[in-house]
Structure formats: structure tokens, C-alpha cells
Design a protein. Structure first.
Length: 409
């Protein structure tokens, strides 16, 4: 099978979508399929990238680190035709996504779309939420997805939202898997972990909470900071490690000062991908109060690294953390601190059977298997739809001929 991915976000840009695309690409290739990436130009990209086709793009106004394709339809079509693609998989609703749909229509092949982002959570970035409303998101999402052959939803939360929008095409929940080996990492020794903790100013008796994500308002890290004041009353040596960067970082630093916990909060900035695993290993608990995730790869990364999670729940996370040795969810922002305190006091032991089962469920291997099944089903569905359409066309033509002959009698 030959698949073309159309995306506005790809390496060297760092994002959950880019990581998801790369993971899927590797799994498909491992199973003998061919994958080609149609994406944006990037000033930081390598001169030569095998199987990557870059099209003219410009930075987005509200997300300078993100880019959007502005032209290249004919160029993309000619390459896709030459490659003889069997299916197109779009990963954005904008520039490259629209381009992918047009190319698929021109080539008469199916197009699958992954709905990665809950846009209603990001409207404040555009004119502070005064221009676009949730109803606009609904109509745009419906218009885009209803003209695809099928939709991949990373969680039940996404499929519920799309059904609420009135989208009726085939949809399947397929959570993005991760490369377990990148986080399980037996090569990370206790000495390496101790060395990092020392570098961060952490001692052996510091109970360490880890927040790892892009630092933006919708990630709701402010709730974790607010909760730290109560947590410190119970655990005076607790420390919050905030890994990542983003537009809300300075606001959070100011909040830490206002709350009087500046010394108990450590901001590391962004860390290299190959070092992320050791930061998980250096923590005692992974924490998050984000409500904007369609899935959130950091949760599964934490599980793979062996770090229990205390996170704000949704349908996806409630299913993911289905055993207390993996972690717990809490319902509302104000529940975080007490939920964390109670969970620490429980001192849950690791259940290896539960861990092993969960590691397979969140693995890139399982992710790839499920996606290949959906691709195969979608191609069959598309071919049946085309055949049915042709039969309908032939029937209509026969009726026309008969009607014309009757008029001549």
C-alpha cells in the first residue's frame, strides 16, 4: 500500500501531531507499506529528506512556530500521480489538508482524515475569541470531514464531538501509540537520574511532580501551580518541575512568585527529544490539568516511563488510567491538590500484569495494526461506493435512453 500524508506540521517542528505522524510512518514502513510526507517548507529542515515533499508555506499569524501551505496543488498532484498512491491521509483541516483532499479527488482515491485538535479550546488565540465562535468550528469541521472517506478519532471525546457536529461518515477511535522503547529505557541508570535531579536542584527527599507540555493557557498549568500551595502544606519538600516552553511561560513564573512558591517550582525550558525520558524517570508523579487534549501523548509516555499520573479526567483518560497503579483522574480543577495528596498516601504498588497489558495497548505496534485495518476497510468501502455510483449512473442512463425512445414513438 502506498500512502500520502498531507500535513502542515512535521519535523523539525516539534508537536504531538508531528510525533504522531512520524510514529505512524515508521509502523507502516515496518509492515512493508510506503509512506510519503507532503508538508510545508521549513527554514530549519534538512536540504534532502527522503520521501518528504515540501510545498511553499508561510508562518501562521497566531502561531509563529507553525506554518501553512499556500500553493503547490499541481506540483503535489503530479508527484502523487507519479507515486501511484492508494490512499491519502490528511492531518490538518487547513492548507495541506485541503490540498490533500483535492489531490485525492483528482486521483479518484480515498482520503482519510485524523481530527487531531479540539479547536474550540483554541479560539482565544484568534482576536481573543471575539471573531470565531464554537458554531464556526462546528460548520467548518463538518464541511471538511464530510468530504472525506473516513475519520480517525484519537479518543471517544473526539468522536462524540464530531457526532454532535452532525458528521455521519465512517469514524473509528484509534489512539496514537508511542514507541515504548523510547521511554521504558533500561539504559537510563539510577546514577543518571540522580545526576539530573542534582543538576535541577532536587534532593533525594524532594517529592517531584512533573508537568511536561507546551506552555500555553489551555494546558491549564496554572491549576497545578495553585494546587501546589495546598500540596506543600502536606508535603513541605514537594517540588514542581515544569518542562517545556510556550507563550504562557512568563505568566506562570509571575504566578509562582505571587503564590510565594517560586523556590519550589523549577522551569527547565524545552529539552531535546532524546532527553525527555530521563525527565520522566527523575519525577515521582506526572501531573496535568489540561482540558484541551484530544488524547495527549505525554500521558502514555509517562506510563511507559513508569511514572504514575494524577490528571484531570475525560473519557479517554478515565479509560487509559483504569487501574490505580497507573494513576488516577480528578473531576475539576479545585479537586487536584486533595486528589494528589490522597493518592500519594495510598502508596500504590506496581502491578506488572496491568503494566504489561497497558504497554501493548499504548504501543506504536498496536496503533499501526489498527490503522492498517482502517486503511484496508476504507479502500474497500471506497471501491464499493464507486461501484455503486457507477451502477446508479448506468441505471439512470438506461432510464434516459428509454425515456427518449418513448418520446420518439
Amino acid at each position: 500500500m502506498k500512502v500520502g500524508f498531507f500535513t502542515d506540521t512535521y519535523f523539525p517542528q516539534i508537536s504531538g501531531v508531528a510525533t504522531s505522524i512520524q510514529t505512524l510512518k515508521e509502523e507502516l514502513e515496518h509492515n512493508g507499506h510506503e509512506v510519503y510526507i507532503f508538508t510545508t517548507t521549513d527554514p530549519n529542515a534538512s536540504t534532502f529528506e527522503e520521501d518528504v515533499i515540501r510545498m511553499p508555506s508561510v508562518p501562521l499569524v497566531s502561531f509563529k512556530e507553525r506554518r501553512i501551505v499556500v500553493r503547490g496543488m499541481w506540483y503535489a498532484y503530479l508527484i502523487a500521480k507519479e507515486l501511484d498512491l492508494d490512499l491519502i491521509h490528511t492531518h490538518t483541516e487547513f492548507g495541506a489538508g485541503m490540498l490533500g483532499k483535492m489531490v485525492a479527488k483528482k486521483l479518484k482515491i480515498p482520503v482519510i482524515h485524523t481530527y487531531h485538535t479540539m479547536y474550540e479550546e483554541y479560539l482565544h488565540y484568534i482576536a481573543k475569541g471575539k471573531v470565531l465562535r464554537p458554531t464556526h468550528v462546528k460548520y467548518f469541521s463538518k464541511a471538511f470531514t464530510n468530504h472525506t472517506t473516513g475519520v480517525v478519532c484519537p479518543s471517544k471525546r473526539v468522536i462524540n464531538k464530531l457526532q454532535e457536529y452532525g458528521i455521519k461518515i465512517p469514524m473509528r477511535v484509534i489512539p496514537t501509540g508511542i514507541d515504548i522503547d523510547k521511554f521504558d529505557r533500561p539504559d537510563i541508570t539510577e546514577e543518571m537520574v540522580k545526576s539530573l535531579r542534582k543538576e535541577l536542584g532536587l534532593t533525594d527527599d524532594n517529592l517531584t511532580l512533573l508537568s511536561l507540555s507546551r506552555i500555553s493557557y489551555e494546558k491549564n498549568i496554572q491549576t497545578i501551580l495553585n494546587g501546589m500551595t495546598e500540596i506543600l502544606e502536606e508535603f513541605p519538600k514537594a517540588r514542581l518541575l515544569i518542562v517545556g516552553n510556550g507563550p504562557y511561560a512568563e505568566d506562570l513564573k509571575k504566578l509562582a512568585v505571587e503564590l510565594g512558591i517560586k523556590e519550589q517550582v523549577i522551569f527547565t525550558g524545552e529539552v531535546p527529544n532524546d532527553e525527555v525520558a530521563i525527565y520522566y524517570k527523575a519525577a515521582n508523579y506526572f501531573v496535568s490539568a489540561s482540558t484541551s487534549e484530544t488524547q495527549g501523548l505525554t500521558y502514555t509516555e509517562a506510563i511507559a516511563a513508569g511514572v504514575p499520573c494524577v490528571v484531570e479526567g475525560n473519557d479517554y483518560l478515565n479509560d487509559l488510567l483504569d487501574h490505580r497503579s497507573l494513576g488516577i483522574t480528578f473531576e475539576k480543577d479545585e479537586d487536584f491538590a486533595q486528589a494528589f495528596i490522597n493518592y500519594v498516601h495510598e502508596k500504590n504498588s506496581c502491578d506488572q500484569h496491568v503494566i504489561s497489558k497497558k504497554l501493548y495497548e499504548i504501543s506504536s505496534t498496536y496503533f499501526g495494526e489498527r490503522m492498517i485495518d482502517f486503511y484496508t476497510d476504507t479502500i474497500s468501502y471506497y471501491q464499493e461506493a464507486i461501484l455503486s455510483e457507477k451502477e446508479s449512473f448506468v441505471s439512470i442512463e438506461k432510464i434516459k435512453v428509454k425515456f427518449i425512445s418513448l418520446r420518439k414513438q
